[in-house]
Structures are given as structure tokens and as C-alpha cells.
Write a protein of this length. Sequence first.
Length: 239
Amino acid sequence: MAVAHSAGHLRQCVVSPAGRHSASLIFLHGSGDSGQGLRHWIKNMLNQDLAFQHIKIIYPTAPSRPYTPMKGGLSNVWFDRFKISNDCPEHLESIDGMCQVLTELIDDEVKNGIQKNRILIGGFSMGGCMAIHLAYRKHRDVAGVFALSSFLNKESAVYKDLQQAERTLPELFQCHGTVDELVLHAWGEETNSKLKSLGVSTVFHSLPNLYHEMNKTELESLKSWILTKLPGETVGQNE
């Protein structure tokens, strides 16, 4: 069942687990979309919700803010960019501000009894980039990270922070369409290679003839990976 509600000041669409809630997944939409929009897009591709017996899925909606690539027009974006390119500086002020907001969302799950190592963070396009910043700079004890059609800027703060990393890092699952015309496949590959060189265990799937979008094959692969990171409880485990 999906419900829309607000926690903090982020609107959310939540797909509840069919059984006992023992893990959570935060799925961040791309620029200009919404949590509800992402959930419906996925549902249309799978002909059903992305849903699990034990995992709650949270689709938050980014606040509306002026977005520089739209000449300052308002858009639901996780952070601002100077341009959609991997060779310009990051807008760190807006990225770090959103990390604080999304940390509240993670904290809410922990307060509800979900351990940090039972929380996954990921997203599509800008949402995937936001998830990488959130996990590898602020929350390295989550279960895993996924990024679909996403990239980091060449001089990303993520790379700089990981140079000082001393603890085990969450695994990264990445997918990218080979003919993506907005976020180039090469940008995604470069991001994956750099993170791997900094100690991140990575999975990278190239999707032939896929543009800047998701498809059913990709989502089914993601679902399988999610279950390896957030397996259900074993039979007979105590409440």
C-alpha cells in the first residue's frame, strides 16, 4: 500500500512492506520529478509497485528551488548545479544542506527501530548523485547505495572525503544506459572507476540502447541486488 505524507518538511510517498517491517529503502527521484511521480513511473514499468515483504520504500520529494540549468526557474531538485556537466564545480552549499535534511529521514527510521545497516539509499539521475553524497560522506554505515543514470563531478567532494576513509564502505550498485544523451555513459563509468579506486566495492551494469531513463530489466536487477543487501528475516528469528 502506498501513502503520501510529510515528515519534516519533505513530502513523501511510502510503500509499506507486506509483512513485518525490518528494513527501509530511500529512493530519490531525478530533477523536476516527485516521489509520487517516481513511484508511478516504476509501477508502470513493473506493472506493480516495487514492493517487498519486509522493506518499507520511501520516495521523498525534493523541495522546489531555483535551478541554474533552467535559468533560475523553480524545480523540485535535491541541489543546484552550475550546469549539467562533470567538469564544473559542485554546488556544495545546496548539496550539504540537503544532506542535513535527508539525515533527518534516516534518523526517523532509526528511531522507529530500523538499524542503519538495514537502510539502503539510492536514486535516479540527480537522486543517485545525492544518494552517493549522503552515504559516502555522511552515512558510511548504511547497507548499500544505488545510482541509476547518475554521475559525480570530476573534483567531487565525495572523492576528497573518501581519501580519508578508514572504515568499511557500503557497496555501490550502478546502472547506466549506453545511449544516454543527458548524462553520458562515460560519466557514469568514470564515477564508478574513481569510487572503486578509493575502496568502494562496485557493481556497474551498462544497458544497451537505453537513453536517460529506466527499464524493467534494470529494475529487476536492482530488486535482486536490494534483497542481497537487505535479506528477509530467517525463519524462527525472534521478534
